[in-house]
Design a protein around this ligand. Structure first.
Ligand code: PBG
Ligand code: ZN
Length: 321
């Protein structure tokens, strides 16, 4: 008889042979930044998550610095939205100002800037709209301009999440042209049209005012196509690729990791977070156990980097174990 239980008999043995460890330096924490003053606005559908105005951002950044996590991912919420998302590529826009503030006051915190128009457009779509259709090629120069503006403000990594075709090449060319040859691109390569984004759209005020995102984000059923998206982003110059959401797409994470050798990120999205928080609030699950189990699963599937709203809590829990 094989005695598998032999190596399970004590915590020290279990720990010795543990195959997967979640490391705090691989966790990225998303932060929402609102234009205005003295704002710490709770996101109702995401308990524990707030929109912060720049003047109060330090409260959150102190916790980030203390935690030792890998970095933050910034989402700006501008006061003014228009058809073409002007605030996205305004050098004095809310996100640009937040990046400058962080790099000045917290130079050691790695800052990843999300690049997409949906938080900045009046219609809430990730690209320009013409006669009800989302325009691909016309959107690319705006994403490139936004990327250059954020890199110039000091962003350490540019992370396009719009799912327009050709954006990685357009952004790489623009960054290089502006002298940002060393600013890496982390591309949301396989981003699925998912029901798991709803709480985020409350948090970032980015729900589309008509239609949905299915003409640019991927069909949840398509695994092979996800690999083609990743391959193409690598061809276009992505330095890090991403699969999003994470938990319902562990197979995509795993296949991507097996096929490609670039650093791979996975985004443990808002809906995944909110479901855990809601069930925990009801006392139906043990939040700490579930969160560590989920993060371990994402890591075991092959993610090198995990973007998660649980990041700061997870660090405390990891340090207890
Ligand atoms: C914007 C963007 C979204 C998310 C990250 N960047 C929302 C969307 O595509 O609607 C989702 C993040 C989350 O749900 O936590 N393009
Ligand atoms: Zn978007």
């Amino acid at each position: 008889m094989k005695r598998f239980r032999r190596l399970r008999s004590t915590e020290s043995l279990r720990s010795l042979v543990r195959e997967t460890r979640v490391d705090k330096s691989s966790l990225i924490y998303p932060i929402f930044i609102a234009e205005g003053e003295n704002i710490k606005n709770p996101v109702e559908s995401m308990p524990g998550i707030y929109q912060w105005s720049p003047d109060r951002l330090s409260e959150e950044l102190d916790r980030v610095r203390e935690s030792g996590i890998g970095g933050v991912l910034l989402f700006g919420i501008p006061a003014h939205k228009d058809e073409v998302g002007s605030e996205a590529y305004n050098d004095e826009g809310i996100t640009q100002r937040a990046v400058r503030f962080i790099k000045e006051k917290y130079p050691e915190i790695l800052v990843i800037a999300d690049v997409c128009l949906c938080e900045y457009t009046s219609h809430g779509h990730c690209g320009l709209v013409h006669e009800g259709e989302i325009q691909n090629d016309e959107t690319l120069p705006l994403l490139a301009k936004m990327s250059v503006s954020l890199a110039s403000a000091g962003a350490d990594i540019i992370a396009p999440s719009d799912m327009m075709d050709g954006r990685v090449a357009a952004i790489r060319e623009a960054l290089d042209g502006a002298g940002h040859i060393n600013t890496p691109i982390m591309s949301y390569s396989a981003k699925f049209a998912s029901g798991y984004y709803s709480p985020f759209r409350d948090a970032a005020h980015s729900a589309p005012s008509f239609g949905d995102r299915r003409t640019y984000q991927m069909e949840p059923s398509n695994g092979n196509e996800a690999l083609r998206e990743v391959a193409d982003d690598i061809d276009e110059g992505a330095d890090i690729v991403m699969v999003k959401p994470a938990l319902a797409y562990l197979d995509i994470i795993s296949r991507t990791k097996q096929r490609f050798d670039l650093p791979l990120a996975a985004y443990n999205v808002s809906g995944e977070y909110s479901m855990v928080k809601a069930a925990a609030e009801k006392g139906w699950i043990d939040e700490r156990r579930i969160v560590l189990e989920n993060l371990t699963a994402i890591k075991r599937a092959g993610a090198d980097i995990i973007i998660t709203y649980h990041a700061l809590d997870a660090v405390c829990w990891l340090e207890e174990t």
